[in-house]
Design a protein around this ligand. Structure first.
Ligand code: NAD
Length: 392
């Protein structure tokens, strides 16, 4: 099969197996070039392990720290006629490399919100790995079925309080235009918290604890984005931001209820970058295209792997990591500091349909977007006939 990108709106509906494997390899090469992590966790569970920040966390754990990793993801397998999702191929690529390096890796594909998948995880840990010393929670999902009630909740991306009009970039139509978003109802806010808040993170830790699978001093982190004025109305102070605030509550609750195991739970605040999750958020493609421009000029640009490598070395594996005033591991200062934000704001105010490509790094954004699906990866022959079937 010859595979070319099929882009529909903010998503690419197919993926390239060879490109995805090459992407994973590039991330492994980066981690190896940085040298081994000292005092790294050795038994790591990554919930949301197949793309974006979760995949990077798994690669840093395995190839930086030599950890055994158990991953959980929700991906579509390929058929003879249709490619699998990028996360499927990333996982196949990761497994091939881990096996070649003699690193234990297993991945469970299914709904992480369900009791069944938690049970499967526990059985796999008991059989293969034993207690975990790090649990990464990196899910990004538009919906969640509550395992207790069976009710399905959907998340909403809307402002809270009042309507908000701002600029956005439509990646499909190559158009900068105004967008007006009506405020969310209380029900929409509550449902978004149900999906993207801390409840499921707590359920995971509780299930692991009940099964006696948390090592003494086990660390756990869930990822958040804390932006600034430009993104607050649609992110930080919007429905998704309300859900992310709930992670702070959950972290405190996990520390309290798992005190006998000395569990350290952190919310880690990471920089904005192109992933499948962020490209679906209105405003973010425009904002990210502008920050890429500014941060590349400042020499501070990072992708998932560089950001997560720094999170591990600077904070997560430190005995007593420095936290911000909210108790979070704050990693996006290079994006949110006042000087950088002022430059981004100046570009934001000027940007129009006519000057968008000149003022922004949309070329960089688009390249990264294609790379998420295994396209536009250097060294890959996209005219070659490739086998779509892959497994792990
Ligand atoms: P992503 O879309 O690349 O990854 C999401 C992961 O969740 C995938 O592995 C997917 O398979 C898995 N997943 C989704 N639903 C699932 C389900 N029901 N069961 C099992 N697995 C499921 O997203 P990302 O951008 O890497 O986001 C990960 C976390 O990082 C999110 O909490 C996000 O808010 C946060 N974050 C993202 C950014 C950003 O700019 N992308 C910035 C800061 C924080």
């Amino acid at each position: 099969m010859i595979i070319k990108p099929k882009i529909r709106g903010f998503i690419c509906t197919n993926a390239h197996p060879v490109g995805c494997a090459a992407n994973v390899q590039q991330q492994i090469d980066y981690v190896k070039s940085q040298g081994e992590l000292t005092d790294a966790p050795k038994n790591v569970l990554v919930i949301g392990c197949s793309t974006g920040y979760g995949l990077a966390s798994r690669i840093v754990s395995a190839f930086g720290g030599g950890a055994k990793t158990l991953g959980v993801c929700f991906e579509k397998p390929p058929t003879e006629r249709k490619t699998g999702t990028a996360g499927w191929y990333n996982t196949a690529g990761f497994h091939a490399k881990a096996e070649a390096a003699g690193l234990y890796a297993k991945t469970l594909n299914g709904d992480a919100f369900s009791d069944e998948l938690k049970q499967q995880t526990i059985e796999t840990l008991k059989a293969d790995m034993g207690k975990v010393d790090l649990v990464i929670y990196s899910l990004a999902s538009p919906r969640r079925t509550d395992p207790k009630t069976g009710e399905t909740f959907k998340s909403t991306l809307k402002p809270v309080g009042e309507a908000y009009t701002t600029k956005t970039y439509d990646t499909d139509k190559d158009k900068v235009h105004d967008i007006s978003l009506e405020p969310a109802s209380q029900e929409e806010i509550d449902h978004t918290i149900k999906v993207m808040g801390g409840e499921d993170w707590e359920l995971w830790l509780e299930a692991l604890d009940q099964a006696d699978l948390l090592a003494d001093g086990c660390k756990t982190t869930a990822y958040t984005y804390v932006g600034k004025e430009l993104t607050w109305p649609i992110y930080g102070q919007a429905t998704i931001g309300k859900a992310k605030e709930d992670l702070d509550r959950a972290a405190a609750e996990i520390v309290k209820t798992k005190a006998s195991k000395n569990v350290q739970a952190y919310v880690s605040s990471l920089k904005a970058l192109v992933t499948q999750a962020s490209s679906a958020i209105p405003v973010m493609p425009l904002y990210i295209s502008l920050i890429y421009k500014v941060m590349k000029e400042e020499g501070t640009h990072q992708g998932c792997i560089e950001q997560i490598y720094d999170l591990f070395t600077d904070k997560l594996i430190q005995a007593a990591p420095e936290v911000d005033e909210m108790g979070r591991l704050y990693m996006n200062d290079k994006e949110t500091n006042d000087a950088t934000q002022a430059k981004i704001k100046a570009l934001w105010d000027q940007v129009t349909q006519d000057n968008f490509h000149e003022l922004s790094d949309y070329a960089g954004y688009h390249h990264e977007f294609l790379k998420l699906f295994g396209f536009d990866v250097s060294g890959v022959d996209y005219d070659a006939d490739v086998e779509p079937l892959a497994d792990w």
